[in-house]
Design a protein around this ligand. Sequence first.
Ligand SMILES: C[S@@+](CC[C@H](N)C(=O)[O-])C[C@H]1O[C@@H](n2cnc3c(N)ncnc32)[C@H](O)[C@@H]1O
Length: 297
Amino acid sequence: LPRRRFWERALDGPAAELLFAGRRADAVRALEQELATDTTVTTSGAVYLIGTGPGDPDLLTFRALRLMQQADVVIFDRLVGDGIVDLCRRDAERIFVGKQAGDHSYDQSEINQLLVTLARGGKRVARLKGGDPFIFGRGGEEIEELAAAGLEFQIVPGITAALGCAAYAGIPLTHREHAHSCVFITGHAPEQQAARDWQALVRSQQTIVVYMGAATLDYTAKRLIEAGLAPSTPLALIERGTLAEQRVAVGTLDQAADLAQRSAARPPLLAIIGSVVRLRDKLAWFGRERCAAGSEP
Ligand SMILES: C[S@@+](CC[C@H](N)C(=O)[O-])C[C@H]1O[C@@H](n2cnc3c(N)ncnc32)[C@H](O)[C@@H]1O
């Protein structure tokens, strides 16, 4: 380990007591033993592909936080909130690769290349991703290049938006009386959805979660109704789920266009479709204080 990191570990672990007791050789042995069994420690360049959850920093995993504290460079985009980036090592270099009006934004191949170059240069890189890196997060693409280049990497799962938003909105995605299965789909542009098997989505007792669906929710709802889903099927739109500004709008599938129009200005937005949405009446908990104060959580 670099000298500074060695001493950080020495002063923060079980070796510290031995060190302060003057047992220097025992302290070094204890530290070596600790480092040998700690799989988060790497001595060369590496990329940590870290799922940071849907927004609330409290939903980070312990492993995510540990690796964020070790990284020399942090690469993040729009879905990763400031509150999360702030938890990275204070002196780590921060690189924003998301889209911002007027700025150059990195395309996927440039991000992949950046990760390879930094890891090759001996840097420990935390690549932060909203939610889980392997759920509509292109995590696979980024790691493929690293693997092909023979570089070291780790993958840390995160709480995907469907799970985080459902929990904070009080909507269980499965429930013995309502849904025995759940599917995650994206609401990409209609031409990209042309080949979708809509019938397969319309199963009884199945919850459908739509990611990236704000702009096309009306289209998605119409296709689902055509495929046989009742127009009266409950629908919840969750804006900025798990964050203090979370808002949940509830209606039915045939009201999708209207609901989406009212929510469109506050991305990110997730849709949950299915009778489980009704359970929110009993199970909503997050933001109750604000509700009592008159705002709409
Ligand atoms: C490119 S996908 C990334 C998904 C991410 N990898 C995950 O596992 O959650 C982005 C979409 O996730 C959903 N999303 C992510 N965070 C959200 C949040 N806090 N509230 C509502 N939707 C969210 C939205 O549908 C958004 O358009």
